[in-house]
Design a protein around this ligand. Structure first.
Ligand SMILES: Cc1ncc(COP(=O)(O)O)c(C=O)c1O
Length: 388
């Protein structure tokens, strides 16, 4: 039985997968079972922020595995304390909670928002505004939060208490932000929703109204965070700091992690016994996270991410097939004139290039460490396919 057949025999078919079996990778290049190489413009959907097998990252997690791989959250480990300090200081927050995924990070933020409001105002102020076209995860609660009807099927009943507002519609926001609402949750750039950046005015109004009504802001930076936009947080691009910010994907360089960051306002909301996660704060993930922060937490590195994003955008816009390019930094959505994004992704695979889609767009989330040489190689293939 070959790998794909064996996999499909035993694993539930919940993903549409390509016929590609990846075996290893180095830097920005992945290699399949047959030795064919692929330039990776998707980085495992933004997880392999330092590319494949970055040396400092590998050493960091291997050293940690040799010391202690896990312990329960009844005890402390130094690597967790070190990572928590480094992350809070880098992101400009005072406190954090450790989970294992983006959905878990968002669940945590939702629980904090509801408890913050319950502790202060009692029952009845539990609604959370999320945006139409958002994506917040696959657990029942985060699916319920997700503002896309296509996800609201089969699994009834969904979790109550989410109200959708149209992205960038200030009137809709004003009309729905009533005294039943405890938080507004949003992605600065809707990733799965088609790499759509929110408008500054709309973001300004979210923060203004929330401050006025003591409603919490929750920034889902699972996809936009950790240097992706050329700033450590996408909120920095907007000059905003949400009360709660969630991170996951690229945070540990390709091993599971999800965190919810909070400022002082919410730092004491979760008390002993109110939330938990067995693997949350896994020492190996924390060691991976420390290696990621060591690499990306410098103005020069982040400027380089922006510069590479600009470079890619300019090159893409030379193609007649490119109608528009959206996103910020190295979070890039490509709207096509006539071709289908899915067809481009499949054709690119044959040519040795890994791409993503987001709705009808081709989406690029290259490793943050990608070199100009690799960018050029990947773009040559992509532009060739677009211009064909
Ligand atoms: C903005 C956003 N939030 C949450 C999630 C869910 O993250 P995870 O799949 O790690 O649970 C995703 C995943 O794509 C995401 O893009």
């Amino acid at each position: 039985m070959d790998t794909i057949e064996q996999f499909n025999t035993y694993v539930m078919p919940s993903y549409g997968r390509y016929d590609l079996v990846l075996e290893k990778g180095q830097g920005e290049t992945a290699v399949d079972e047959n030795g064919k190489e692929y330039i990776d413009f998707g980085s495992g959907i933004g997880t392999n922020s330092l590319g494949y097998c970055n040396e400092d990252w590998v050493n960091s997690i291997c050293e940690q595995a040799h010391k202690i791989q896990h312990t329960s959250n009844y005890y402390y480990t130094k690597v967790q304390a070190d990572f928590a300090k480094a992350l809070c200081e880098t992101a400009g927050y005072t406190d954090m909670f450790f989970g294992n995924s983006g959905a878990e990070a968002n669940e945590c933020a939702i629980k904090i928002a509801r408890k913050y409001s319950f502790d202060k105002y009692g029952k009845g102020r539990h609604n959370i505004i999320t945006l139409v076209n958002s994506f917040h995860g696959r657990t029942l609660c985060t699916l319920s939060a997700t503002g896309q009807d296509v996800f609201h099927n089969y699994f009834f009943p969904f979790v109550d208490g989410f109200i959708n507002v149209e992205a960038n519609n200030i009137d809709d926001l004003r009309a729905k932000l009533d005294d039943t609402v405890c938080a507004v949750m949003f992605e600065y750039i809707q990733g799965e929703g088609g790499v759509m950046a929110l408008e500054q005015d709309f973001v300004d109004e979210i923060f203004r109204l929330c401050a006025e009504k003591d409603v919490l802001t929750i920034a889902d930076e699972v996809q936009t965070g950790v240097g992706r936009t050329g700033m450590f947080l996408a909120g920095d691009n907007y000059g905003k700091k949400a009360d709660l910010t969630t991170l996951a994907k690229g945070l540990a360089g390709g091993i599971p992690i999800g965190v919810c960051l909070s400022g002082e306002k919410c730092s004491k909301v979760l008390t002993a016994g109110t939330h938990g996660s067995t693997f949350g704060g896994n020492p190996i993930s924390c060691a991976g996270g420390l290696a990621v922060l060591r690499k990306i937490n410098s103005p020069e590195f982040l400027e380089e991410v922006s510069a590479k994003g600009t470079y890619i955008r300019e090159k893409l816009l030379t193609s007649r097939e490119v109608k528009s390019v959206s996103g910020i930094g190295m979070m890039i959505g490509i709207e096509l004139e006539s071709k289908k994004a899915g067809d481009i992704v499949k054709a690119a695979l044959d040519r040795g290039l890994l791409l993503l889609t987001a709705k009808t767009k081709v989406r690029l989330l290259p490793p943050l460490t990608i070199t100009y040489e690799e960018i050029d190689k990947g773009l040559a293939i992509l532009l060739d396919l677009l211009n064909a």
